[in-house]
Design a protein around this ligand. Structure first.
Ligand code: SAH
Length: 503
């Protein structure tokens, strides 16, 4: 058979691609089919044919996979957010566990049995819905000229009207409806990306899960809104409302927020608390914990970076803390520290923590967060990890201070963005020779690449554990740790014993 554009084929889906697409084969010819699921038998139409493979569109499910479930959201296929919502949660977790493992084997070059021996089971959610504490809704008009808000259809900028996302908090719907109503009543226009005209671009909603505090920020193509008092009047009645502000973005750009804004009502930040969890609690599978324990309080502004799934974040950071094995005597570097979340978590159990982060505002927030929590053993530096760390190392060595405590940390923790760590950063980490390296990653492909580098430079991978921060999407967070191999000096006796002449 010819596999050309528009040909319709019947195929059994045998595998899942890294983006959640179904993969099937006919006579060795591979088909990638979005929304098809492992175990399905489907009819698909070829959209783009290459010599050995093709991308095809799902036309009909002839025999559904037993991994299929009824998705909660009717828009899951159009929306770009939940690529695998039609897959049972159990199967999603297995898919992610396997994805991380495959990356470690294929990209990291680790033996499969070695990874099987050290990889721990993925930490899933008990209730994998309504978990996001932050959402950004684009505002626009439908074909009939009605104001709408919702989500961008996958890989496009056309808006699907939906105020009730199953991943967001329940309050989102009420808030969005209040704002749309206010816009109608006060002739406030929606921004149009093509013409650059119109006012309201996005609505940002954040909620502190522990505090219950809610923040709304309306992002506008201008500096003020018609009848702002009416907006405040209506929004401030929503239960939990703590902060209402505007953000100004007059640029023709995909970046959602501008740098400046104005507070309309309430406080400029909301609070949230992150609590440490025990390994037992993490392994129990439960989401809720008894909150009657000390945690770290964070102030969150419209522009701050903050993890979007607070329940899983507590599990993730607690695992990072567990892997760091702190006793109170340690010096720790936390690279890519953001607003100091992991740094402050670790500072409570370490002697001294040093954080490095590229965004200046995040570092200012980190210092404020340290103060707010009475933490005095955390210090923060602005800059790129791959510059701050090597420069500090070279300068201190050149000054003859090779025994400087900061050069000899016990633990280095990294939590880089998707592109992973720069080699200059890894190189200096290796020179600093910490006993342990804790690696928190949001992309297992770059994690595998970086672990390979570290293992080729004197470290041994000890544990890897995926944590499902983003249920129903294909993304997976992961925490791992490595230990420095014993230095050669300790091994001399063993070498002599074995009679090696190269000892
Ligand atoms: N550990 C934090 C933030 C992790 S996200 C938390 O969990 O909240 C990754 C962070 O790395 C972001 O804050 C980003 O601004 C920062 N970053 C990106 N590139 C960087 C670089 N080259 N050097 C230092 N920080 C960087």
């Amino acid at each position: 058979m010819e596999y050309t554009k528009n040909a319709v084929v019947t195929v059994t889906i045998e595998d899942v691609g890294t983006d959640g697409e179904g993969i099937g084969k006919i006579d060795g010819y591979t088909l990638f089919i979005k929304d098809a699921m492992i175990g399905d038998v489907v009819e698909a139409k070829i959209m783009k044919a290459k010599k050995n493979y093709a991308y095809a569109r799902l036309e009909k499910i002839l025999q559904p996979s037993e991994k299929r479930v009824e998705p909660l959201c009717v828009y899951h296929r159009q929306c770009g957010g939940c690529q695998i919502q039609a897959m049972s949660y159990e199967a999603q977790l297995a898919f992610k566990q396997n994805k991380v493992k495959n990356h470690l084997v294929r990209i990291g070059g680790f033996a499969e049995e070695f990874i099987d021996g050290l990889m721990e089971p993925i930490v899933g959610m008990e209730h994998p819905w309504n978990y996001r504490n932050k959402a950004q809704f684009p505002v626009g008009m439908d074909r009939e000229g009605n104001l709408i808000t919702g989500f961008y259809a996958g890989r496009t900028h056309s808006i699907i009207a939906n105020t009730d996302c199953a991943l967001g908090v329940k309050e989102n719907q009420q808030i969005l409806e209040v704002i749309l109503e206010y816009m109608k009543q006060n002739q406030v226009s929606a921004y149009n990306e093509t013409t650059g005209k119109g006012l309201v671009r996005h609505i940002l909603i954040r909620k502190g899960f522990t505090s219950g505090e809610i923040m709304v920020c309306v992002i506008i193509n201008g500096k003020r809104l018609n009848n702002e008092d009416a907006l405040v009047e209506a929004l401030s009645k929503v239960g939990g409302m703590k902060s209402i502000s505007l953000n100004f973005n007059t640029q023709n750009t995909n970046v959602i927020m501008g740098r400046e804004g104005r507070l309309l009502w309430g406080e400029s930040t909301i609070r949230d608390v992150i609590h440490p969890r025990t390994l037992e609690e993490i392994n129990s599978g439960k989401d809720a914990i008894d909150k009657d324990r000390e945690g770290i309080t964070f102030a969150i502004s419209p522009l701050s970076f903050y993890q979007v799934n607070p329940v899983q974040t507590e599990k993730l950071y607690s695992l990072a803390l567990e892997y760091a094995q702190l006793t109170g005597k340690e010096t720790v570097w936390d690279l890519y520290c953001g607003i100091g979340t992991i740094s402050l978590f670790m500072a409570q159990r370490a002697k001294q923590v040093y954080g490095v982060e590229i965004v200046e505002q995040a570092i200012l927030d980190a210092r404020e967060n340290a103060k707010r929590n009475g933490i005095i053993n955390a210090e923060f530096f602005v800059g790129k990890a791959e510059e701050v760390l090597p420069e500090f190392y070279e300068k201190t060595m050149a000054a003859g201070q090779s025994d400087h405590a900061m050069l000899h940390p016990d633990v280095i923790c990294v939590d880089p963005p998707r592109k992973g760590c720069d080699e200059a950063c890894l190189d200096t980490m290796v020179k600093m020779a910490p006993k342990r390296i804790v690696y928190v990653s949001c992309d297992s492909a770059t994690l595998a690449r970086d672990l390979k580098y570290l293992c080729e430079h004197g470290y041994e991978l000890k544990k890897v554990r995926p944590v499902d921060q983003f249920a129903h999407s294909v993304h997976c967070e992961c925490v791992s740790y490595l230990e420095k191999k014993r230095p050669i000096a300790y091994r001399e006796e063993e070498v002599a014993d074995c009679g090696c002449i190269y000892g």
